[in-house]
Design a binder for this molecule. Sequence first.
Ligand code: NAP
Length: 434
Amino acid sequence: MSTADTRISPLKMRQAQFRRAIHHMGHLKRGVVDFFLRPKRTLSVCFPVEMDDGSVRVFHGYRTLHSTILGPGKGGIRYHPKVTAREVEALATLMTWKCALIRVPFGGAKGGVACDAKALSEGELRRITRRYVAELGDNIGPHTDIPAPDLYTNQQTMAWVYDTYQALHPGENNLPVVTGKPLDLGGAEGRSEATGHGAISALARYLELHPLDGHRTLAGCSVAVQGFGEVGRVAAERCAELGARVIAISDSSGGILARDGLDLAAVRQHKAACGRVDGLAGTTTIDNETLLTLDCDVLIPAALANQIHAGNAADVRARVVVEGANAPLTPQADRILQERGIPVLPDILANSGGVVVSYYEWVQNLKNESWTRAENLARLDARMQDATAGVVGRRDTLLAEHRDRQRPPDLRTAALAIAIERLSRVTLERGIWP
Ligand code: NAP
């Protein structure tokens, strides 16, 4: 179901969240914050690709660099039919806040090609990727703008990104030009699990600070997850490892429910065999809309944007929501859940684990080192837990100070406040050019 609020421009949504955060801040230098509202640049490319049947199709791609205040741009590449320049700009903006909050030395960037990856062959995807990277030219680079995987792109895509860039820039160490690569090609151990794993680290720390009906840990909690991709599947598996009962999960074809808890290994096998999660023996088939309104402790939307909106937010029965995906809640849904006392761990915090381990991959590529999976994930856990405690602490301080009784500050506002303050401080330390 779509409602008017799901049609809000994603960039406008980010700008509204930003304005809400600065409303609670008060001491920022005039003019500096305007600099953060719009991206530095957006490149739009249009290119032909020869398809397997010999025909030629034209594709549209984008790459936005939002900010380089904290370092080179960093952000994924997504392949989805609905990719637009506005969506990419909004996602690049989010990356700036995310990197600032989680303290990695990157700015925000994002890219995408409007295409239906599932309807394309491997050869077609390879040719699209190579041509897209060639069109971006020197607008990406190990010290300027560093892509990574996102929706419907993966390690293989990143290997093609590297190979194409390397062909165009021979004789240099180009491994750090892209992260999320296969392990044999300088990828970091644990990168593919990092976002889902990090989301659950943040949740675990949040529960220690704000127990849920007496639960200080995930043990015994019931969890519903929308999405069975790199984020949703790993988040579900991590919850189960920590003793939670994952009662429902879904993909683009629909979902499954088992009140006593799903056997996630069986779900994985079924998905590998049939390409979808529904139909697994011993489970009830549900649709995605039902999954979002199940009675459960934790709801993790980890698929697409705008899944919880004005039309269904009042029906959400979870006790805490963790934004595994980017922008799975519309601003109206955010407000409704806040009024209903349902905390939301915002995307800027909850799904930042991917960029953290991407940063570790970049460092390892620059230094020609290889850290173990345990090392990468232990460092990630510590960083996610610190960031979560920082956001919760900041929210509590803002709550104590806030004058806006209409809309008290929430975790998203607190996370943004930390990020914006850091960016403002560094902008002024560097000095406005010239
Ligand atoms: P992914 O591996 O491509 O998986 C996406 C999952 O979402 C798939 O299971 C897909 O179903 C499902 N899906 C697609 N459309 C759906 C719909 N209409 N209803 C329910 N499920 C649907 O992508 P991902 O890497 O997990 O990313 C998921 C989200 O997290 C995106 O918003 C992405 O921007 C965000 N994110 C990802 C990372 C990262 O490191 N991967 C980092 C930060 C944020 P099928 O399996 O049927 O296709």
